[in-house]
Write a protein that binds this ligand. Structure first.
Ligand code: PEP
Ligand code: MN
Length: 264
């Protein structure tokens, strides 16, 4: 298989318009769950950059459990996140949910995110694989390692795009956390595939004060980076506020993570 370590023994270093992911450094993607407006995404970009993040995250197309929940600002949001990222010299990662929107999202975003709910949307995987943009591939909500590797293979086989695996937790019997963060997936994916893997301790736990410990653990487990949700005012976030860090807790996390990165 094209995505297997057997086929390609050396690590693939993913080049995001000059930013290298998987080269032995630890990169951080940070931003709100949802883009809520220009002021909010600019303020969050400022926070993200102050902590050392190089990629700005934020959803403009949101896969919400309820059809009555906020669904995202769509193209307006894409314009805002691009503007905010450019202002702070950052790259953009944002989710594409629908084949019909791939060209639009690719116009504004440096990395295309495939959400957990679409890990096995094979037509979408094949289509994003033809863009040549790096694909951030979230693990499915109940995705096995083998299913996740096969999803990456759909991307790898269909064209020019590289994959960045994103471990975001899986559903188990446990309800104290939103998902069960599978730390072992990090060394396991690194063993089985040459593509980089980053951690998403925000969706992985769903609880803001568990995010920093799991971020630290991800460094120790050998992740190539992380994606975290931050917000200027988590209590009033339009989505996922309960798992979002504010400026103070985010900056503290980054200090702790950097100590471990240096020690690795
Ligand atoms: C997100 O990144 O905000 C998101 C919806 O993630 P997931 O697809 O992992 O649930
Ligand atoms: Mn979210």
């Amino acid at each position: 298989k094209l995505s297997s370590r057997e086929f390609h023994p050396d690590n693939t270093v993913v080049d995001v318009d000059g930013l290298k992911i998987g080269d032995g450094s630890f990169i951080t993607m940070a931003g709100p769950c949802s883009i809520e407006g220009l002021d909010q995404i600019r303020e969050t970009a400022r926070m993200a950059k102050a902590g050392g993040a190089s990629v700005l995250r934020g959803g403009a197309f949101k896969p919400r459990t309820s059809p009555y929940a906020f669904q995202g600002l769509e193209e307006e949001g894409l314009k805002y996140i691009r503007q905010a990222a450019d202002e702070f010299d950052m790259k953009v990662i944002t989710e594409v949910m629908d084949e019909a929107h791939i060209d639009m999202v690719a116009e504004y975003s440096d990395i295309l995110q495939i959400g957990a709910r679409n890990m096995q949307n094979y037509k979408l995987l094949s289509a994003v694989g033809q863009t040549g943009k790096p694909i951030g591939l979230k693990r499915g909500i109940a995705g096995t390692i083998d299913e996740w590797l096969n999803a990456a293979e759909y991307i790898a086989v269909s064209g020019k795009s590289d994959v960045i695996f994103i471990e975001r937790g899986i559903r188990t019997y446990e309800t104290a956390t939103r998902n069960t963060f599978d730390l072992s997936a990090i060394p396991l994916i690194k063993k089985l595939s040459h593509f980089p893997i980053i951690a998403d301790p925000s969706h992985g736990t769903g609880v803001w004060d568990l995010v920093t410990p799991m971020a630290r653990a991800s460094v120790a487990a050998g992740a190539d980076g992380m994606i975290v949700e931050i917000h200027p005012d988590p209590a009033n976030a339009w989505s996922d506020g309960q798992q979002s860090l504010n400026e103070k807790t985010y900056l503290r996390m980054m200090d702790e993570v950097n100590v471990l990165v240096k020690a690795m």
